[in-house]
Design a binder for this molecule. Sequence first.
Ligand code: AMP
Ligand code: ZN
Length: 437
Amino acid sequence: MKDLTAVERVARSELERLQLVRLRALVARAAERVPLYRERLRQAGVTSRDVRSLADLRRLPFTTKSDFRDAYPFGMLAVPLDEVVRIHASSGTTGKPTVVAYTRRDLATWSEVMARTLMAGGVGPRDVVHNAYGYGLFTGGLGFHYGAELVGAAVIPISGGFTERQLMVFQDLGSTVLCSTPSYALFLAEALEEAGVAAKDLKLRVGFFGAEPWTEGMRTALETRLNVMALNIYGLSEVIGPGVSVECPERRGMHVAEDHFLPEVLDPVTFEPVPAGATGELVLTGLTKEAIPLVRYRTRDLTTLDRSPCACGRTLARIGRITGRTDDMLIIRGVNVYPSQIEHALMQVPQVEPHYLLVVRREDALDSLEVRVEAAAAVAAAGGDAMRGLAAQLKRKIHEVIGLSADVSVLPPKSIERSAGKAKRVEDLRGKGGAAR
Ligand code: AMP
Ligand code: ZN
């Protein structure tokens, strides 16, 4: 098999040459085949011939999620349906889902970037990949599946749910690699503890966690409770699915598969690149996508971009942890709050479990934030005073981090609903009568 990872270590000048060739071809194809792009590029007065250096990327128009909605279901396609061999759709909390399509070559690209994702954690033919991402329209399950097959590992397409079977497979089939959302991994860790199975007696050694925001505190919890190295992975359906970026064992940001996806981090108001290391909106250009060419897609995800060399030897740029989405930001009494900031505050207090829900209400034009979080079993067993003490401590921490006072409800273990996929962290009841159950 050809060395899939060679491109991850080439000199930046060589990588950038490749990116430019691909970018020019992308613009030509998009203009030729997709009416939406043809019109936008015409308005911007740019043709593929104007793309002379990577800096010309900034002259290209943006694409947004609502473009996908308006083009529902197939208006973004650059190929006839005969050439499409797979269709996925992203969840979408409101209205129609976002439909994405793949040609055979797109699937090969996706398998390749997913194989590279797994290889970043040292996964190879000897591994047993326990793939608990959901199989179905969601890209997580099949994305990891094809990547695991390409590296020659034995993949178990277990998907999410059926906890007892998950535990049985860990033990009997000797899973070495866990792929799941971080919240589901935590749920599995709890289930193992309850069943009296010690993680060190399992063969798990590495976990690929993503598809939802999580924090360093959560990483520590997962690494100790599952006895794995926990790596952050990032991707989104519009761009391809998982496989856009992954941490190497240095764990100082996620390397972007830049030969396929060109990253920019921009100020979401001015659309100018942010200074090095500053947070902004991630914008991705899909350099090689056939079915749905993607020009400067605004992901709404907030992160940082780092092009400095990494100790692992990869020359690929790294993005930092996704700290929120521009559309996830809550404005509470005029203060901007991201759920990940609350998670960060909660995880600084050892006696809590990382299961939480933020409930936002508005009464008499005044916003209130309730943070529901589970106490560790020992605190719950110690009784009311211990629980109240913990609530007071958490209230102070949250105030320190977001500068806003929240009502903290410390609940007994298992009170907050678990999910086999992405966890629900926010219930915003403003404008909905205000009452939460
Ligand atoms: P979907 O297209 O349904 O797969 O969802 C993609 C979205 O999931 C991204 O735009 C992010 O908001 C979120 N996401 C994926 N991976 C991560 C990650 N590692 N950390 C935080 N959010 C993530
Ligand atoms: Zn690295």
